[in-house]
Design a protein around this ligand. Sequence first.
Ligand code: FNR
Length: 186
Amino acid sequence: MHILAISGSLRQGSFNTALLRAAADLLPPGVTVTYYDGLEEIPAFNEDRVTDRPESVDRLWDAVAEVDGVLISTPEYNSSIPGVLKNALDWLSRPLIESPLRNKPAAVIGASTSMFGAVWSQAETRKVLGAIGARVLDRELPVPSAEEQFDEGGKLVEKEIEQELASIVQALVEAIEARAAALARR
Ligand code: FNR
């Protein structure tokens, strides 16, 4: 089983990227994670280029197509989804019928330095993924005051947050297994 981890932050010291690494540590054996790191190269969405996608968008498209599920960790910018992440999701949404996100199990988590833990951007990311046709887990992981949540080794310091993260990644694995079983019955 293979999961693509996408951070909505390009920042070197991103807490959301750290959260993805913490999530990967909690996955059961046999599940591999690829960290998508090409978000900065994705140009602004242009519907004229949907049938002639830029190479960087092709790489994103293929990276999503090749995996069994997607885990997104997103910051909140001005109460919403960071533009770079929304832009990438827009590229992945056209042609809609061909989108590699269609029917793909997906989970969204997020960290912010405020006390709310990026709940709005997580909700909006789930909404966008749902509009594209992904099988979005109805779960969220708000990680507030992110600058206090990781130790020097990048591990989560609050056991409750770590347990909730483990529960969400387990739910994503189960959603992937359920989809594989449904496909096998066809
Ligand atoms: C923020 N931040 C922020 N936090 C929040 O909880 N709600 C918000 O609306 C915003 N808005 C916002 C806008 C912009 C342009 C920036 C740069 C930041 C703060 C944000 O939570 C903080 O910078 C996080 O550290 C961003 O996540 P990464 O980069 O650490 O993953």
